[in-house]
Design a protein around this ligand. Structure first.
Ligand SMILES: Nc1ncnc2c1ncn2[C@@H]1O[C@H](COP(=O)(O)OP(=O)(O)OC[C@H]2O[C@@H]([n+]3cccc(C(=O)O)c3)[C@H](O)[C@@H]2O)[C@@H](O)[C@H]1O
Ligand SMILES: Nc1ncnc2c1ncn2[C@@H]1O[C@H](COP(=O)(O)OP(=O)(O)OP(=O)(O)O)[C@@H](O)[C@H]1O
Ligand SMILES: NC(=O)CC[C@H](N)C(=O)O
Length: 684
């Protein structure tokens, strides 16, 4: 039975927990008691995995005590107790224990689930350098000449070549390795990932020294990135012997290079961290990255030899809210420092794209229509910086503001102030006469005085502007700079061909609207231009987004009747959907679940602090569903033909470009039914 909409388990997530129990050296009864305490906590939190540190049942620092029979027997008794008590618990428990088989001692990870030992994974690489002496007590996993063992009355698989595969949860394939294993050039988990493991758990007992925590983070992050997996790490903590070493109890959960959770270090108390891993994201990424599969082919013998141990995961019932930060603006990081760095990158990518095109063509002038709206503002800022970088005067930018039938005096005023502030060559062309001529030529009723404001009426204006710009480019030896952004391309919100869809080079083609808003905010806050220009930019940001193609009243002060976002939806929602559709190929109901998590509550989570409080919105599920339907229809059904024929322009974000020569190649005549049906059926 499928879990309900409001549960993570309906949307391809599994909850994982990393536990750092309190231990006593050489006291398995105590250690098992504390392991069980945290295992129960993980179970109450509906986790599917609970990871514990290396050799946690005995403690890592037993040294020659490992070879004492009394300790061995106590460890076995402890494992038996864990197995018995696990019968009622949800997660797969991964615990560390020294176990003796055929007279040899192994440093083992024991996987226990609901009364069954799923398998035992011995440590492959035993550090015996500097502070480590593991080969004094243990045998390397690969030196075992058998592939199964009997423990606690159960005969179970033994080896580093084991994958634990949940037969009822697609993509949930678990693998474990032990501490040093991940410090080696080719960790065993690399082969496991190539064989399909998505969740990799490292039982560790890493002692702490100055600077080592950062190195651990790097190791786990890069292993999770290269192997396109979740990487869980659990370092030994309070209670280990400090004869010669110290312990910080560092727990980490990464997913493909993203840190999902991290514990405090040097805590006095035992602790647990948990996070929800997105298995579908990992599978999507693997299926796209053909080089990951190529690597699996290179190691086919080892990959094929991996053993898959099936188990049934009892999917927890009821609503289970997502434990994961989902940014409201996937294209704009919440963190101020990261955002500044991204804005700097994006802006420079745009500038460098345009610099190269001008240098290659020998063209020294730019022609641009300046509306006083966001997109032409961003493109103009990029043009100004490009001229500065090329050592050309800003007067070489020929900016035209071209009022039509619905241009408001305030946006026109902003356009003029911006052009003056940036010191470009500015001019105004009234497009109404030429529009009227065309409306008359084609027999449109507006030409004979009827107030008919249809798409033709709108597109005639967009077309006349574009037509003027291209002829001005011929006249002045200039290049027409495109302004249309990624969000508009996604929604088909542009006039095809002889309209704002076309240009000679479009610096905004891969920048979504929410990012354009932040780029302009960033330009203001980082003081890229003078204070007066900053004020104009702020006024432009504060203006309602409108194409201003349909008149809303009479005279110069008439306000436009069209609010773009009332028609095609709030850009902040549409950009969210766009990101998850194009970057990860998620189904609509999953995107709606994530969108509700991010946008359902105004107070929770992070807000990029450049967004003023009054602009902080909140959306319920019904609203999310309504606008997603608009997105899906426009994106999949009616607008691909516009994307199949776009001008050149640089790819800016990993969220993708929609150029048919880049990230998105799609048929212009596809149906939207599967996406719309999925949304309607799976979202309540
Ligand atoms: N798959 C397909 N393959 C080839 N051609 C296809 C097609 N589907 C429709 N067409 C044809 O394309 C034409 C429709 O496309 P198009 O002419 O672009 O017109 P259309 O998409 O209907 O209208 C453009 C919309 O964009 C808005 N707009 C324009 C300019 C700027 C902004 C802004 O705010 O940024 C917004 C404007 O308000 C209007 O609602 C029709 O003639 C149709 O026959
Ligand atoms: N009144 C105008 N004067 C000059 N150019 C215009 C005018 N209106 C539109 N354009 C040109 O057509 C493009 C598309 O218009 P549109 O209204 O979509 O963009 P915008 O006003 O720059 O930004 P946004 O769509 O974010 O409001 C503009 O970027 C601009 O180049
Ligand atoms: N227990 C281990 O395998 C520790 C080795 C690892 N290199 C560390 O320093 O953390």
């Amino acid at each position: 039975m499928r879990a309900p909409f409001h549960s993570i388990y309906s949307h391809g997530f599994v909850r994982v927990a990393v536990c750092i129990p309190s231990v006593r050296v050489a006291d398995p009864a105590y250690n098992v008691e504390h392991t069980l305490g945290l295992a129960r906590r993980a179970s109450e939190q509906k986790a599917a995995v609970a990871l514990f540190p290396e050799l946690g049942i005995s403690s890592y620092t037993c040294e020659d005590l490992f070879q004492q029979d009394a300790l061995q027997e106590a460890v076995l008794a402890g494992i038996e107790r864990l197995v018995a008590e696990s019968a009622e618990l949800t997660p797969v428990l991964l615990v560390g224990a020294p176990l003796r088989f055929q007279g040899r001692l192994f440093n083992c990870a024991v996987a226990i689930h609901r009364g069954r030992i799923l398998g035992i994974v011995p440590k492959s690489y035993l550090p015996t350098y500097r502070e480590f002496y593991e080969t004094r007590w243990f045998t390397r996993g690969r030196d075992a000449a058998w592939d199964q063992v009997t423990v606690a009355g159960q005969t179970v698989p033994f080896g580093a070549d084991i994958l634990f595969e949940a037969e009822n949860v697609p993509g949930f394939v678990l693998h474990t390795e032990v501490c040093e294993d991940v410090w080696t050039p080719i960790p065993p988990s690399t082969y496991a990932a190539l064989a399909g493991a998505t969740v990799i758990a490292n039982l560790s007992a890493s002692n702490i020294t100055v600077g080592k925590a950062e190195y651990r983070r790097d190791l786990c992050a890069t292993q999770s990135g290269r192997c396109i997996c979740a990487y869980l790490y659990s370092a030994a903590g309070p209670g280990e012997s400090t004869t010669d070493l110290a312990w910080d109890g560092h727990a980490l959960i990464y997913e493909q290079n993203d840190l999902l959770a991290e514990s405090p270090r040097f805590a006095d108390e035992e602790h647990m961290i948990a996070a929800d891993v997105d298995l579908e994201r990992l599978l999507q990424e693997r299926s796209r990255m053909n080089t990951f599969q190529d690597s699996a082919g290179d190691h086919a013998d080892r990959v094929r030899a991996m053993r898959r141990i099936p188990f049934h995961f009892p999917v927890p019932a009821g609503d289970i809210a997502l434990q994961r930060t989902v940014g409201r603006f996937p294209y704009v990081p919440d963190d101020a420092a990261v955002r500044d760095a991204r804005c700097y990158e994006a802006y420079n990518i745009q500038v460098h794209g345009l610099m190269k095109r001008l240098a290659a063509t020998g063209i020294k002038k730019i022609v641009i229509g300046v509306s006083g709206g966001l997109d032409s503002t961003q493109a103009l800022i990029v043009a100004a910086r490009t001229m500065d970088r090329l050592g050309l005067p800003r007067e070489n930018i020929l900016g035209y503001t071209m009022p039509g039938f619905a241009t408001s005096s305030s946006t026109k005023g902003n356009a003029w102030d911006l052009m003056r502030g940036l010191g470009i060559t500015a001019a105004e062309i009234d497009i109404r006469p030429s529009c009227l001529q065309m409306l008359r030529d084609i027999g449109h009723p507006f030409a004979s005085g009827e107030p008919v404001y249809d798409v033709t009426f709108e597109n005639v204006q967009a077309g006349e502007r574009t037509s003027h710009l291209f002829r001005l480019a011929n006249l002045h030896d200039g290049l027409v700079l495109g302004t249309g952004d990624l969000s508009e391309l996604a929604l088909g919100w542009a006039t095809y061909g002889v309209g704002d869809h076309m240009s000679h080079y479009n610096v905004n083609a891969s920048v979504p609207k929410t990012m354009i808003q932040y780029l302009i905010r960033w330009v203001i806050h980082s003081g890229q231009f003078n204070a007066e220009t900053g004020q104009v930019l702020q006024r432009i940001l504060d203006t309602e987004i409108s194409p201003e193609l349909v008149p809303g009243g009479e005279g110069e002060s008439a306000q436009p009747a069209q609010s773009t976002q009332e028609k095609i939806g709030p850009y902040e929602l549409q950009d969210f959907t766009l990101f998850y559709v194009t970057r990860f190929g998620f189904r609509p109901s999953k995107i709606a679940f994530l969108e509700l998590h991010a946008w359902g509550d105004r107070e929770s989570g992070g807000w990029p602090e450049l967004l003023p409080a009054e602009r902080r919105n909140q959306y319920d599920l019904a609203t999310i569903k309504r606008w997603m339907e608009v997105f899906l229809w426009r994106f999949f059904k009616i607008s691909q033909f516009k994307r199949s024929a776009v001008p050149n322009g640089p790819k800016v974000g990993s969220g993708g470009s929609l150029s048919p020569r880049g990230d998105w190649r799609a048929p212009s005549d596809s149906e939207a039914t599967v996406w719309l049906d999925e949304l309607r059926n799976a979202v309540p």
